[in-house]
Design a protein around this ligand. Sequence first.
Ligand SMILES: CC(C)(C)[C@H](NC(=O)Nc1cc(F)cc(F)c1)C(=O)N(CC(=O)NO)CC1CCCC1
Ligand SMILES: [Zn+2]
Length: 185
Amino acid sequence: MILMDDIVREGHPTLRLKAEEIKFPLTAEVKQLAEDMLQYLINSQDPEIAEKYQLRSGIGLAANQVNSLHRMFALHLPDENGEQLSFVAINPKIVSHSVESTFLTGGEGCLSVDRNVPGYVPRYARITVKFKTVDGEEKKMRLKGLPAIAFQHELDHLNGVMFYDRINESNPYADIPNAIPYERD
Ligand SMILES: CC(C)(C)[C@H](NC(=O)Nc1cc(F)cc(F)c1)C(=O)N(CC(=O)NO)CC1CCCC1
Ligand SMILES: [Zn+2]
């Protein structure tokens, strides 16, 4: 089971490295890690388990954050229709994106960052993505809203990019051109 101690924090070198493509068929170890990453998110969103193990509730987790350079991340969050998105994306790619941008009006955080970093993080508003599932199936999805933002946040981790790398240094709340703000509830 992944616990908070397994999640590396900013300053750890692995957060700044590029994760490597995963070959299929998956080894038992990679399959287990993928499942453990998704299970962390599920556990962290269960009040009893989160309390018992002092887990920070998360909606996404990338392999770099558990000190692994396998190119995969887990997402577990509701989309705007209340549909539960819950999957591990292996070798994920953004194949196309909207011209419009979006950003979380409250800014972003990160399970690997134990401080508040204020400012808008520009993201594509809508993306078409491709990835493999743990069963080796090719998936193609169109995402918008929080799922789109989360997918981009996690994909950044696989490229050694942290959310604050994208905040305007001189003015963290500078207007983002062509952007539709995303108000979290
Ligand atoms: C770091 C933390 C604040 C815990 C963040 N959760 C989060 O943003 N939850 C959320 C946001 C909403 F807009 C509406 C809502 F219902 C719940 C998160 O899990 N991550 C995952 C992470 O650190 N992955 O590496 C950071 C988020 C920033 C943008 C999307 C993922
Ligand atoms: Zn993060």
